[in-house]
Design a protein around this ligand. Structure first.
Ligand code: GDP
Ligand code: IMO
Ligand code: MG
Length: 434
């Protein structure tokens, strides 16, 4: 067994939650390392559906420790709601969950700042989840943020809070924000959250490192996807954290030398929520059909997800950034009915082949995707439990993705349930999972 990072290889919603839940049976600890409640990780256990936002999907396995790392931004109200709903479902959250004292805290005025930024006439809106994620990370990088350690500190919090609130009041006045923000009410409310959260807050880097030293197995769960990474994604149409593998080390306080494997989760096609360029996007009715077959609606905001064909250059790019040992192809079943399946195998801009992912959105928007069209298998893959039952043409499709991306397919998911997953025998992933 090993310490693994499981993260999104595309623009998010690849099915990370399902995979992390499934794998966490084999791990002692699952750690979230970035993002906040902008994430929506869906897990089905029989008929019961869970959508995890801040809490690692490992919480659904009794006894598995769930860690919210220092790289995560926490809205205490959203966290309390999530804890309560899991407790209602019979999960012993308080014995499993640990929260970093270095994670930054989201306040309602972060949402106000985001609204201002998203609605400025002279700017293109990012199409964010409106959860205050970006502005909270801005305060973190601006070195004026408030961390969980401050929130639970009996003395320090009020002073820090009033300083930050003052900044936001100045901003609210400058931008003529009509919404009334009751800073004293927020303070009182956050004090209530503090009482409930304090017992869970600690130094999680030392906690995770101690577990690793004791020979325990740790799974690091990414939120969002590499193309939404603040450094490597389609900036500025990205989220405000490092969703890629490097983020796992900084966002959990664990050294790269402790990581044994990095696994990319990718759909058999691709989706994106929010604005920004999307080379292999499927226009019109064909896109609508995939959206319907894959039920592609945001798990946090309910927005329809834009759908596209599998993008090989994009996957090669995210494989380089993350150093994938293996990839997991999810939602293969969604393509079951298609006559033909185009795959984007190359990019051209102005008639010239492009090998590096362009840095500007203007260039990404001008990409002309080069497609190869593969035959569909037109046979249900749902219910299949072993690789040899996969229809030949579906297997050809998977082998095609493998050969074009240069990354092994270590696991195939053919439905949302735990048992609708096939780990490829003899793959590097199978070895890493032990
Ligand atoms: P995440 O953000 O990466 O965890 O992904 P989401 O949970 O936001 O979105 C993935 C959606 O696809 C969820 O509704 C899952 O239940 C569903 N899902 C995951 N794997 C499969 C699969 O192999 N087939 C089908 N049909 N649905 C899947
Ligand atoms: P999971 O973990 C898909 C997108 C938003 C928007 C951009 C910035 O479920 O894969 P933000 O609120 O983060 O500042 O929004 O990022 N986005 C996601 N898209 N899945 C997610 O998470 C996302 N989290 C953020 O739609 O385009
Ligand atoms: Mg999601």
């Amino acid at each position: 067994m090993a310490n693994l990072i499981v993260l999104g290889a595309q623009w998010g919603d690849e099915g990370k939650g399902k995979i992390v839940d499934l794998f966490s049976e084999r791990f002692d600890m699952v750690v979230r390392y970035q993002g906040g409640h902008n994430a929506g990780h869906t897990v089905y256990i029989g008929e019961t559906k869970f959508v995890l936002k801040l809490i690692p999907s490992g919480i659904l396995r009794p006894g598995v420790k769930a860690v919210i790392g220092n790289g995560v931004v926490i809205d205490p109200g959203a966290l309390m709601t999530e804890i309560e709903s899991l407790e209602k479902a019979g999960i012993d959250v308080r014995s499993q969950l640990v929260i970093s004292n270095r994670a930054h805290v989201i306040f309602p005025f972060h949402r106000m700042v985001e609204k201002v930024s998203e609605s400025r006439e002279d700017r293109v809106a990012i199409g964010t989840t409106a959860r205050g994620i970006g502005p909270c990370y801005e305060d973190k990088i601006g070195r004026r943020g408030i961390r969980m350690a401050d929130l639970v500190s009996p003395q320090g919090f009020e002073h820090l809070y009033r300083m930050l609130a003052e900044d936001k009041m100045t901003l609210a006045t400058a931008f003529k924000v009509s919404e009334v923000i009751d800073f004293n009410a927020i303070l009182a409310q956050y004090r209530q959250f503090t009482e409930k959260l304090r017992p869970l807050v600690r130094d999680t880097s030392s906690y995770v490192n101690a577990a690793i030293k004791a020979g325990q197995n740790v799974l690091f769960e990414g939120a969002q996807g590499t193309m939404l990474d603040i450094d490597h994604g389609t900036y500025p149409f990205v989220t405000s954290s490092n969703a890629s593998a490097g983020g796992a080390c900084t966002g959990a306080g664990v050294a790269p030398t402790r990581i044994n494997g990095i696994i990319g989760v990718s759909k058999a096609y691709i989706t994106r929520v929010g604005a920004g360029p999307f080379p292999s996007e499927i226009p019109g009715e064909a896109g609508d059909r995939i959206r319907k077959a894959g039920n592609e609606f945001g798990s946090v905001t309910g927005r329809p997800r834009r759908c596209g064909w599998f993008d090989v250059p994009l996957l090669r790019y995210t494989a380089d950034i993350n150093g994938f040992d293996s990839m997991i192809i999810t939602k293969l079943d969604v393509l079951d009915d298609l006559e033909e399946i185009p795959v984007c195998v190359g990019y051209e801009v102005d008639g010239k082949a492009v090998t590096d992912m362009p840095a500007t959105n203007e260039e990404v928007a001008r990409i002309v995707p080069i497609y190869e069209v593969l035959p569909g298998w037109k046979t249900p893959t749902k219910g299949i439990t072993s690789l040899d039952q996969i229809p030949t043409k579906a297997m050809d499709y998977l082998r095609f993705l493998e050969s074009k991306t240069g990354v092994e397919v270590g696991c195939v998911s053919n439905g949302p349930e735990r048992n609708e997953t096939i780990i490829v025998p003899g793959s590097k992933l199978a070895t890493l999972l032990g």
